[in-house]
Write a protein that binds this ligand. Structure first.
Ligand SMILES: [Zn+2]
Length: 56
């Protein structure tokens, strides 16, 4: 999955993308930048969220 890296200021293919639910109940994906090792974050629903229990 592609996401924007704040360190590189470029779009990169995310390493170890992990589906999460944010505190406000919105879906997002967290991962690592393959170039800078910076944290990457992308808001939005993915197929992985279908099997991820949504917190109450
Ligand atoms: Zn980066």
């Amino acid at each position: 999955m592609e996401a924007y890296c704040l360190k590189c200021r470029e779009k990169r293919e995310m390493v170890n993308p992990t589906a999460i639910w944010m505190k406000n109940g919105k879906p997002a994906t967290e991962g690592t930048c393959p170039v800078s090792g910076g944290k990457m974050f992308k808001i939005g629903m993915t197929p992985a969220h279908d099997s991820l229990p949504k917190p109450a």
